[in-house]
Structure formats: C-alpha cells, structure tokens
Design a protein around this ligand. Structure first.
Ligand code: SF4
Length: 359
C-alpha cells in the first residue's frame, strides 16, 4: 500500500498544481479498493467507471481488490477514509481474460492468448485469476465465435467503424507463433470489415523480417513491453528480460523506420527516480506515441517489496510524473486516457488539459 492521508491531498494538490480529484485517482489506482460486493475469493482485480465529485468527466479504473486500502466501493459509491469522493458504475470482476470495448465502441482490447495461463513476471497479477477455455482465441474458429459475441454485445453490424484492436495477451511459444497469430487476427477481423489499426503489446516480435511482414498487413502499432529499467532479470520471465533495453530500442527503431507506430509499456514504481530521468529520454526519436505508463498495483501479499527505493511514498509518483512530463512536454506526444486505465494522468499533463476520450 502506498499510503496517503486525507490531509495530504490538499497539500500535494497545492504543491503540484493538480486538482484534488486527479490526486485521488492516482491514490485509488495505487491502493486499490475494498468491497464487500465481491464474493469470489480468487478475484484480485475489479473494474468500474467513476465520476469524481465535482468533475465533469467520467473515468474508468482497473484496480486491485484489497482490504488494505482507505478506498471502498459500496453500492456505486466510492469513499476515501469513509467520505464519499465519487459515484461509480457497475463493479466488474476483472478476469484479465476478457475482451472489452474502449473509446466508446471504437477500440477493442483482445486477450487472445489467455494471460491467465502466463506465468513468470513478479509484478503480474493475472495468474491468480480464473481462466476460461473458450477465451483462448488462438484458433480461427474460437476467434470467429468471439467476434460474433462482440458484435452482438456492441450491437454492431460489422467491425468497419472500429479504429483499433489492441492485442494484450500472454506470451506465445516463440516469435513465429506470435507473428502468425497477428497475421491471423488481421485476416479474420478483415472478414468483418475491420480496416483499423492492430496494436501488438508484447516483446516477442523482434526481427526485421517479422516487422517487415507486419508493416504490410495494414495499419500496425508495436507497443514494446519494456516494463522497467532496473532489476529486469529479477522482475520478468526470461523470455521477456532476454530482450535488453538496448535491443528493445533497436526493435523500436527498425519498426518506426518501416512506418509502424511505436510506443512502450512501463510500470511506474519499479525503478528509482534517477533511472526514470536517465532512461526515458533514450526513447526519444524511437517512439511515435507517448509511453503507456501503468502505476504499480499490489495483487498479492509481498508485492510492496517490489517497489523501488522511494516508491513506497505517494509523492514518488507525483515526482516521477513530473519528470516524464518534462521529457515529453516539448513533443506532441501525450497519454491517451482511453488506452490506459492505470495511468498517473487523468486530467492534465504539464499543466495542459488532456483532451480526447477517457473511456
Ligand atoms: S508476460 Fe509477464 S506480465 Fe505478461 S501476462 Fe505473462 S506473466 Fe503477466
């Protein structure tokens, strides 16, 4: 738990020129929520929309479910130390195997190779979750059935208006299997009129040959799962950490040269502020979109020990946020709120209002 006291909200709000609700959203994301409504003991994460008190906008959150937090969710109300801070939508149990809409119905998150079966990264909470076999979308038959369900759920005639399909998934056997899967997704989604961008979130596509093929299948984006800069072998499964930071940057460089959109995923809380300041600028010129920065959440006992020195304090996250803003302020890249429900940004960036869809 990254504890924050009630009276600290206004102190940080003044110091960092942020609204109380923006600070509360960061605190809620870091600490998770307690709720008596969830009866399944295997559920470690929940999702819900929330409209903070006094805010015009509604946000979406995916947070850990824990008793060790000052936040509660009961009957659509979020409280902080017992005081109401916002209204929330329906509480959904997050199985991480689900496929769901974002950006209205213009984007889809597809967990096609069940993350619930993937193991090995210490910061990952997905493997405590239930895995449903029908959600394995690595074969065309299941994929077509799933698209049928998506169309029905979204009341969609076809997928021609969909702009983006993000493949957020567990590791594949090897690079070739990953490549073939991505090509299969493009082919099957095209059958339903999809012409939008496929975003691959992972680290298994590494060769120039694969990138070359992917640059030719239609709009494609590569979001490399960098995750952290320090203690990489300790934090990640070998198949991920085997891609060094330098090699990862080579992959992004190659991808960008081929006209692929590029970004990377990063978990805030695993590194010292010093390495955040030193490492983020190295990606300048290699990425076409702002990095997707997730706040480190606790899913099981002992997860707090993963936090880097200093990252037990709430202010670390505000300082880190400022450091990243300083690096990217001079570019046009800004976080896309609808793309990341665990971000340290929700309303503003370096003092500017963040526009665009939130959910
Ligand atoms: S690769 Fe790591 S972070 Fe991703 S699903 Fe597998 S264990 Fe979790």
């Amino acid at each position: 738990m990254v504890l924050i006291q009630e009276e600290e909200i206004s102190v940080f709000s003044k110091k960092y020129q942020l609204s109380n609700s923006e600070i509360l959203l960061i605190a809620l994301n870091l600490n998770g929520v307690n709720s008596k409504q969830v009866k399944n003991p295997n559920v470690t994460r929940v999702r819900f929309s929330m409209k903070p008190e006094g805010d015009e906008d509604t946000y979406f959150l995916a947070v850990s479910l824990t008793k060790n937090t000052p936040f509660t969710y009961e009957k659509g109300v979020i409280k902080f130390y017992g005081k109401e801070i916002g209204k929330a939508g329906e509480l959904q149990e997050d199985t991480c195997d689900s496929t769901y809409f974002r950006m209205g119905k213009n984007a889809l998150t597809l967990n096609s190779n069940s993350r619930g079966n993937c193991r090995g990264c210490r910061f990952c909470g997905t493997y405590t979750l239930d895995v449903s076999p029908e959600e394995d979308l690595t074969n065309p038959e299941n994929m077509r059935r799933k698209i049928g369900e998506i169309k029905k759920e979204g009341n969609l005639k076809d997928l021609s208006n969909m702009k983006n399909v993000g493949i957020v998934t567990g590791c594949f056997k090897d690079e070739e299997t990953t490549l073939n899967h991505l090509i299969m997704v493009r082919k099957i989604f095209s059958e339903y009129g999809f012409k939008g961008e496929i975003v691959y979130i992972g680290s298994q596509i590494r060769s120039e040959e694969s990138l070359d093929k992917l640059s030719k299948i239609g709009p494609f984006a590569l979001y490399l799962t960098v995750e952290c800069f320090e203690r990489r072998e300790k934090m990640m499964k070998p198949v991920k950490s085997s891609l060094t930071l330098e090699k990862g940057r080579d992959v992004l460089r190659m991808a960008k040269k081929k006209g692929i959109q590029t970004s990377f995923l990063y978990i805030l809380g695993l590194d010292t502020l010093k390495s955040i300041k030193e490492e983020f600028p190295k990606y300048m010129g290699l990425i076409t979109r702002h990095p997707v920065i997730n706040l480190l959440q606790n899913y099981k006992e002992g997860d707090d020990e993963l936090r880097a020195k200093g990252a037990q304090d709430f202010e670390y996250y505000l300082k880190a946020r400022r450091k990243v803003e300083k690096i990217f302020a001079k570019t046009k890249m800004r976080p896309r709120i609808w793309e990341n429900y665990r971000a340290p940004w929700s309303k503003t960036y370096n003092g500017e209002k963040l526009n665009g869809p939130k959910i």
